[in-house]
Design a protein around this ligand. Sequence first.
Ligand code: XBP
Ligand code: MG
Length: 246
Amino acid sequence: MWQALIFDVDGTLADTEHAHLVAFNHAFAQEGLDWHWDEALYTQLLEISGGKERIRHYWQQRHSDIKDIDGAGLPDTIDRLHLLKTAAYEQAVNDGLVRLRPGVLRLMDEATQAGLRLAIATTTSPVNIAALLRRAIGSDWRSHFVAIGDASTAPLKKPHPQVYLQMLEALKLPASECLAFEDSSNGLQAAWAAGLRTLITPNTFTAHHDFSRALRVVPDLSAVHLAHLQAWYQEPISSIPPFSKP
Ligand code: XBP
Ligand code: MG
């Protein structure tokens, strides 16, 4: 049976991407840039995992003529923009503008009560995880998770499987006994490449993604209980490749 549940953060634990979008635009305005990402553009940009990578992609695609801003080159400017963005996002979370999706905490509690271990595998920044879960769970939030993989531990972002491979290593469990929870095709590809089965809970930014490799796609976790997960464990995993270590 499942021994561990591995949760993605953005879009899965909480619908965070609108707050990230507002924070990116706030950072651009603070830097005096006339860049403004609307929801349609951000939906496309979300195909690039990682906030810094997303800014770099946008800059190179849309403003390749700009070589530096206020004398600072591309890497330093991206770092500065991302620091501003992360501060704005953290403030939004602390102001209560981001809430966990339905069923997430209840399923986590059910799993913990049944002896399953919990882990996090995300491409977001550690400060974002702490802000979200401190507010949702409390100051002891970290104790609920056996391991956390994030942008600071896994520089190779989804769809690369690095963060999921790190969590399997930390849990010392085979992929077959761990279930991943994701919201996006990048996340599904990363989990699949690590040999994991994945439960998908899409959101408005990812509803159009290809989830054909998912174990299941459900609107959210409000009607998903541990008993459902354990029943799904028995289903054939023919579509999951045995992942050989790189
Ligand atoms: C989603 C991401 C992150 C967030 C923004 O992460 O790709 O980049 O959009 O957060 P997840 P940062 O793997 O949890 O879905 O700006 O900190 O990257
Ligand atoms: Mg996600």
